[in-house]
Design a protein around this ligand. Structure first.
Ligand SMILES: NC(=O)c1ccc[n+]([C@@H]2O[C@H](COP(=O)([O-])OP(=O)(O)OC[C@H]3O[C@@H](n4cnc5c(N)ncnc54)[C@H](O)[C@@H]3O)[C@@H](O)[C@H]2O)c1
Length: 350
């Protein structure tokens, strides 16, 4: 995880606490509630220090503000992190205690922040959080919740592929295009299936060797994780963790476009310009991976499955607008997406 440099602090409120039951460091970062109650998942992850965990929470929560704004949701941005000591797996009673502690902290914010599952947490974890606070979404379907949003996220990313290909190659045709997918988790695996069905040529990898089975099933080429950024392809799909596209890796990237679900795949925002200088089209993460929050907000607001699907397919139209704005204003797609996000928030503030 790329958490070496502190992100800008523009947050409404951040609570960093030692969980009363678990003894673990828990961070709840409310970045903005201007557009409505903030929505952003809870990450359970190992960090070297609480400073790294806090930096990650700050970065992820401000990205949620932009994501929810660009997606047109009446929701602000926030995120929570439960820091797991190196070498420890958060399981059993300690996991339950940490999630109860998280619920207590979320409750302190009085509904200005709602959590959901994210990397390292599941819908069943959210049931535990709900014991302490009502401000949680994405509960299991059998408990009346919306369930895991990974399908929706994968559909939103898939809807972003054709606009990316159109902008990079002049045609949105997926069949015959080559992709490297790094990360075959909940979203990456579903996306890989959709791309394979659409006739893409896939090279895939994951740090979990067990994912090779999916590669075999889809007729994809399995590559080593270390080769993900150097295996030639039309498109790179970051679907693991963030911080992989940096001043060190960008000069040698053998791709024409980057589009994928991973949050914060760039080391720094400035790296968007390095990609543009190399003629590599970057589809901003928080635009293309908004499917999960679109789905969760849709469930909260009682939309039908068809209405939600329509909005998920609409992620592609939002991305087309981002690319068009970038061309019009002669800025990177990332800067264009930021501008669209902030214009909406500024208008709501005015
Ligand atoms: N799940 C969602 O609905 C959702 C929504 C928005 C954004 N995202 C983002 O998309 C990304 C993937 O989410 P997910 O829910 O599929 O998570 P996941 O934990 O299910 O999958 C991540 C996968 O990446 C693999 N991985 C980790 N480091 C890797 C590396 N260096 N090289 C190759 N593989 C690596 C892991 O082994 C795992 O299989 C994350 O960045 C997440 O924040 C997910």
């Amino acid at each position: 995880m790329n958490a070496n440099t502190a992100p800008d602090f523009t947050h409404e409120r951040v609570i960093t606490a030692t969980g009363a039951r678990s003894g673990l460091t828990i961070i709840v970062a409310l970045h903005s509630s201007v557009l409505g109650s903030a929505l952003g998942g809870c990450r359970v992850w190992q960090y070297d220090s609480y400073v790294d965990a806090q930096a990650d929470a700050l970065r992820l929560s401000s990205a949620m503000t932009r994501k929810n704004s660009v997606a047109g949701l009446a929701a602000g941005g926030g995120k929570s992190v439960i820091m797991v000591p190196r070498g420890e797996k958060l399981e059993g009673e300690r996991r339950r205690n940490a999630l109860l502690d998280l619920g207590d902290i979320i409750e302190m914010l009085g509904g200005k922040y709602r959590t959901a599952e994210d990397v390292g947490t599941t819908e069943h974890d959210m049931l535990v959080v709900r014991e302490q606070t009502a401000h949680v979404v994405g509960l299991p379907a059998e408990d009346g919740g919306a369930g895991e949003p990974a399908d929706a996220t994968a559909l939103g990313v898939f809807s972003s592929i054709a606009p990316t290909l159109e902008a990079a190659f002049g045609s949105g045709e997926i069949a015959g295009r080559s992709f490297v997918i790094s990360g075959l988790g909940q979203v990456g695996s579903r996306l890989a299936r959709r791309l394979a069905e659409a006739g893409a040529t896939l090279s895939v990898t994951d740090i979990a060797d067990s994912k090779r089975a999916l590669a075999d099933e889809l007729g994809a080429t399995w590559i080593q994780p270390a080769d993900a950024l150097t295996t030639p392809a039309d498109v790179f799909v970051p679907a693991g963790l963030g911080g992989v596209l940096t001043a060190e890796t960008i000069p040698a990237l053998p791709f024409k476009a980057v589009v994928g679900p991973a949050n914060n795949p760039l080391g720094r925002a400035e790296d968007a310009q390095l990609l543009a200088d190399r003629g590599i089209l970057y589809a901003p993460d928080f635009v293309v991976n908004a499917g999960g929050v679109i789905y969760l907000e849709g469930a909260v607001n009682g939309l039908s499955a068809d209405e939600v699907d329509e909005r998920l397919v609409g992620v592609g139209d939002v991305l087309r607008r981002v690319f068009a704005t970038a061309v019009e204003r002669e800025i990177t797609p990332l800067a264009a997406a930021e501008a669209i996000a902030w214009e909406r928030i500024d208008a709501a503030r005015a």
